[in-house]
Ligand binder design. Sequence first.
Ligand code: NAD
Ligand code: UDP
Ligand code: UDP
Length: 317
Amino acid sequence: MKRQRKRILITGGAGFLGSHLCERLLGEGHEILCVDNFYTGAKENVLGLLDHPHFELLRHDITFPLYVEVDEIYNLACPASPVHYQFDPVQTTKTSVHGAINMLGLAKRVRATILQASTSEVYGDPEVHPQTEAYWGRVNPIGPRACYDEGKRCAETLFFDYHGQHGLGIKVARIFNTYGPRMHPNDGRVVSNFIVQALSNAPITIYGDGSQTRSFCYVDDLIDGLVQLMASEAGFTGPLNLGNPNEITIGALAEQIVTMTGARSSIDYQPAPRDDPTQRCPDISLAAERIDWAPGIGLEEGLKHTIAYFEKLLLNQ
Ligand code: NAD
Ligand code: UDP
Ligand code: UDP
């Protein structure tokens, strides 16, 4: 069935996830307004879309008001890698909190449904495993990750208060570690770091002893989840976990990437960062029940695509 064409605003649309989302929704026939201040994103990520008649790119910082007319909003603007969000922590909180207020104010004025890209970081270093949406989390409010974690927690509060107070249609996705092509090669996240290091036969930097776990979701699966959540029944707000429950230690991830690339890299153990969560794995039963979603791409297949992307990128540098 052909869907009606919507005007969709994607903040952070020139970033890793945002650029894939722009592509997907443009492909579905919608009009896309991509808003980004290029803090961690880049015009190159959406270069292929610039000539499309239904695509518009606007350089704008969402901590300032924005007056446009749209039907739906995906609020993805926010640096996502610890290295980047800790570089200017005050700006990170402003982006999450002032940015959310502005985008919620916009959504309220034009009666648009708005989706928030929240995060598994709202669970902090969790004592409940795997994490369900009912868990309130364990976040250090004054640690190095707080600007991101508390900013995102406050954004969730704002979303639910605009929903309760103004009857705004909201959707809150709690995204777990996602990887794939167009991750920034220097953004410090583990998958991009390990692949870039392996492809240059440089030492693989494991922070701590490598026993900490994460659960990695391939970008295409995650984008499916976001789009399905936006399309979910009007009364469903989330929060909804989106991620791949296939949990792996960081040490095992390093081994897998070394094997897949045939690298001659050694392992360089470095001190663990402060407040680094020791385990993380989503319980995604609610996503199965409410939006009929589960990831379909396994780690090996996803890494294959991601390694191929970085191989090409490094060749052209
Ligand atoms: P990213 O850093 O590639 O993208 C974020 C984008 O937001 C960038 O293009 C950046 O320039 C833009 N941006 C930052 N501050 C802005 C501002 N004030 N105004 C306008 N644009 C701004 O990161 P990503 O991985 O694509 O993450 C996208 C969203 O998903 C973020 O909100 C992030 O918190 C969330 N998320 C991502 C993951 C993941 O594993 N990738 C996990 C959990 C949550
Ligand atoms: N806002 C915006 N675009 C709009 C409408 C509002 O950026 O189309 C911003 C505006 O800066 C405002 C904020 O959203 O301060 C919150 O709007 P709301 O209507 O909730 O509250 P207000 O502060 O206007 O009372
Ligand atoms: N990590 C690592 N080496 C790196 C980058 C990250 O060992 O070069 C670890 C990091 O300490 C954390 C895990 O990998 O335990 C995931 O880190 P990432 O920054 O990708 O995401 P997040 O901590 O936000 O889940």
